[in-house]
Design a protein around this ligand. Structure first.
Ligand code: AKG
Length: 262
């Protein structure tokens, strides 16, 4: 039985600290993505604010309310599931970098706050680290959400695939300077976990970085199904979850693991 899912990644340029502009852009690009009739739309990391870290405390969305209202309305309007990127989420415990998953009925399915903060970009000075896992289901299929730097931690990702995740969503603001790491790490995570990887990066630049684009859809064999350029674009591709089962039965790494030794 094929379980085919069409996914569109919105590889948008993000206006630095200009929330209204980013909401408008996301709305416009989601409308365009719907021309491809996807089942799931993915947005990038911190798409409402960008990496405006020094002003993040004032820009952050209180309990992600504004972002949630927008995403819930769009999900219902377009009848599409949303891996709604991540947003700066201001809570009593600090500002988190939080991934929001909304189903097509406009219900919040899961929130995942970035676990590994990226010190090279000063995230630890302005953000609080999450503590919860990124596992969620949509239409009875098992997914996990990750944010950018998280892909450098294979053990964190493995702890999701051993609990059933068959597709990994990665939302990112990954710099162009490390494009080769982005591609290699994503492909490695797909091969070693025998899962689909759907990675949505941003395009463009901010005052500190030029970003890589190159959003990718990678199958459980490690083959690239679709890859974007560096520019702003919508990347659409189809995945078939039957392929996860095929690859996992051909090379049964989950059965062959020796967790008692490591
Ligand atoms: O790990 C990297 O090289 C990039 C990570 C990053 O940019 C981030 O987590 O925001």
């Amino acid at each position: 039985m094929t379980v085919s899912i069409k996914i569109s990644c919105i590889q948008m340029d993000i206006a630095f600290g200009l929330l209204e502009k980013n909401f408008e852009k996301a709305n416009h690009l989601m409308e365009k993505a719907m021309e491809h009739r996807p089942n799931i739309i993915v947005l990038p990391e911190l798409w409402t604010t960008g990496y405006d870290l020094t002003r993040l405390d004032e820009l952050a969305d209180e309990y992600a309310e504004k972002s949630l209202t927008f995403l819930k309305e769009k999900a219902k309007q377009f009848q599409v599931h949303l891996v709604g990127g991540s947003v700066a989420n201001k809570t009593d415990e600090g500002v988190f970098n939080t991934l929001l998953v909304i189903d097509k009925n406009g219900e919040l399915v899961h929130q995942y706050s970035k676990l590994h903060l990226f010190k090279l970009m000063d995230e630890h000075l302005y953000l609080s680290a999450g503590k919860e896992k990124g596992l969620f289901t949509l239409d009875n299929q098992f997914f996990a959400g990750m944010i950018c730097y998280d892909i450098r931690f294979p053990e964190w990702i493995r702890s999701h695939t051993t609990e059933g995740a068959e597709t990994l969503f990665v939302v990112a603001e990954w710099p162009l300077a490390r494009l080769s790491h982005w591609r290699s790490l994503l492909i490695a995570r797909a091969i070693e976990n025998q899962c689909y990887v759907i990675a949505c990066n941003r395009s463009g630049a901010d005052p500190n970085n030029v970003f890589a684009g190159h959003s990718m859809i990678i199958d459980p064999w490690g083959d690239v199904v679709a890859e974007a350029s560096e520019a702003e674009e919508i990347l659409t591709g189809e995945i078939d979850l039957e392929k996860v089962k095929e690859v996992r039965s051909m090379i049964p790494i989950f059965a062959d693991r020796r967790p008692e030794l490591y």
